[in-house]
Write a protein that binds this ligand. Structure first.
Ligand SMILES: [Zn+2]
Ligand SMILES: [Zn+2]
Length: 527
């Protein structure tokens, strides 16, 4: 759920405006950034600048932009996706301005340049933000892919020419990982090799936004003598937007799903949505035999060309179980890791990139605490100062002295429900009891198979809350986690809520408004 605000004197711009899915709430609603803090501080951006078209960067624009009504700058693909979202909400799309990778724009005192990088969606760009005496590189999401399949590889000269920058605000997602991310080119070759060994029909599931992957699968299919069909609305929409922009011109012709029944199994390949086990997605319908014109059977293969997003493991397992029951072979990130590539930089890439731009300071963003921490350590080993690991709501100053934390503003969660953005109500207590202050709890958990366990630090943000003993609370919470019976994050949350309220009721003088967020994290050791 990315939203960054950059200010100089009284002028502000916003960078990205994304959403997240709250897996721990019933019906998994969308959460969007809260505008309470910027509005209280009198911050209203005069432009919104989008780095790329992933939902965690554009998903909240159609919800929050009406409060700003400012120009929205985006590269062609992200702009196309945004227009569809504006249309869906009945908003006029006149504010959306297309900017090509490589171009520059000016907004008040800010000069911004879009610098093309590679990522798991085309046209991802870093932003060079020049204002006052400072030059800041906001990386957005990136990796160094020598063979991205769509778009050019990263041009090192473009970035070397910027050195040294005052500050890099950088992607921390894979900072704990040694080495280099896999290239889309390598994934394409692995896919073709695997596909050549399949006999029955094949379904490949991947993220619709990874157009390079969709293209690679389709081309591999063609070379293996298979016809390609798309399944799932998100896949069809993404491919339509991309085709309108001239991407996928060399993609083989598609056949409608309804025609697949006329083809021999060895000539069929379907690219489907649903790699995360989403209950309404195409692959789940196939696995449960609920598709009107296509039925999976023994001898067919389903290939997951995507990684599980933390929190989705249970529903993905359920999906794979349903597939195996049909005697369908399942290939995934565990038995065939070569069939997927991450879109984020591992340590070698971070070192190479920082060697080009030679930043004086780093602000690690886009990741959890441990990712930010690993990112800081890597930077410091290169002589780059990294004094802060920001949390959501931090107001940070950059001046001649470097980075300092100016103030911290706990963020109230905002949920999209019934076509409106509303603050998420806190945990309910006994009727009529007045609340004092707000307590935000963010808890990273992993499923151990038999129960749950806390991973990393319990994040607590107390605002006007009477003093509490954090250690004994954490200890108590860990014990509850072990014994609670819950299959999903939503169930875990439902079970924990009343327990937490009653503990706080017994240990605090006054009961605060409590906002609990459970975040699932991956722990490979438990797999
Ligand atoms: Zn992202
Ligand atoms: Zn991204």
């Amino acid at each position: 759920m990315n939203l960054g605000l950059y200010g100089h004197e009284d002028a502000w711009i916003a960078v990205d405006c994304g959403m997240m899915i709250r897996q721990d709430l019933p019906d998994a609603p969308l959460q969007v950034p809260s505008l309470e803090t910027p509005e209280a501080l009198g911050i209203r951006p005069q432009a919104l600048v989008i780095t790329h078209g992933h939902e965690d960067h554009i998903g909240a624009v159609a919800w929050l932009w009406p409060r700003w009504q400012c120009p929205v700058y985006a590269t062609p693909l992200a702009a196309g996706l945004l227009r569809a979202k504006f249309l869906e909400r009945g908003l006029a799309d006149g504010a959306i301005r297309v900017i090509e990778p490589g171009e520059a724009l000016e907004s008040g005192p800010f000069t911004l340049r879009y610098l093309p990088l590679t990522h798991s969606i085309p046209e991802s760009c870093a932003l060079l933000i020049a204002v006052g005496d400072f030059r800041v590189l906001h990386t957005g999401d990136w990796k160094l892919d020598p063979e991205p399949l769509i778009g050019p590889p990263v041009q090192s000269s473009l970035f070397r020419a910027l050195a040294p920058v005052d500050l890099v605000v950088g992607d921390s997602t894979n900072a704990p990982m040694p080495g280099h991310s896999r290239s889309e080119g390598d994934v394409a070759r692995a896919l073709e090799q695997r596909l050549a060994q399949c006999e029955g029909r094949v379904v490949v599931t991947c993220f619709a936004s990874n157009l390079a992957r969709v293209l690679a699968v389709a081309r591999a299919a063609e070379r293996c003598g298979r016809r390609v069909s798309l399944m799932g609305r998100a896949m069809e929409r993404m491919v339509a937007v991309a085709r309108g922009l001239g991407y996928l011109d060399d993609m083989p012709a598609l056949v409608p799903v309804s025609d697949l029944g006329y083809l021999p199994p060895a000539e069929v390949l379907v690219i489907a949505t649903g790699s995360q086990g989403e209950p309404r997605a195409a692959l789940t319908r196939l696995a449960n035999g609920r598709h009107h014109s296509f039925e999976l059977m023994a001898g067919d293969t389903v290939l997951f060309s995507a990684k599980a997003i933390p929190g989705n493991e249970h529903q993905i397992e359920r999906l794979k179980h349903a597939l195996r029951r049909l005697d369908v072979a399942v290939w995934d990130e565990f038995n065939h890791p070569e069939l997927h590539a991450s879109g984020h930089p591992a340590q070698d890439e971070l070192r190479t990139f920082y060697g080009w731009i030679r930043p004086r300071q780093l602000l690690p963003v886009h990741g959890e605490r441990r990712h930010q921490q690993a990112h800081r350590e890597l930077a410091e080993s290169m002589g780059i100062e990294a004094p802060l690991a920001p949390v959501n709501g931090d107001l940070i100053r950059l001046d001649g002295e470097g980075l300092t934390l100016e103030s911290r503003h706990p963020q109230r969660p905002c949920i999209v429900s019934q076509d409106a953005v509303t603050p998420l109500p806190g945990l309910t207590a006994e009727r009529g009891s007045p609340r004092h202050g707000i307590l935000h709890l963010a808890l990273s958990v992993a499923s151990t198979g038999t129960g749950w366990t806390r991973i990393g630090r319990l994040m607590m943000d107390a605002h006007r809350v009477s003093a509490m003993d954090e250690d004994s609370f954490t200890e108590w919470l860990d014990e509850r986690l072990e014994e609670v019976e819950a299959e999903t994050l939503a169930e875990l949350r439902t079970a924990l809520q009343p327990l937490i309220t009653s503990w706080l009721g017994q240990h605090l003088r006054q009961l605060p408004d409590v906002h609990l967020q459970l975040i699932a994290v991956e722990v490979p050791a438990f797999r």
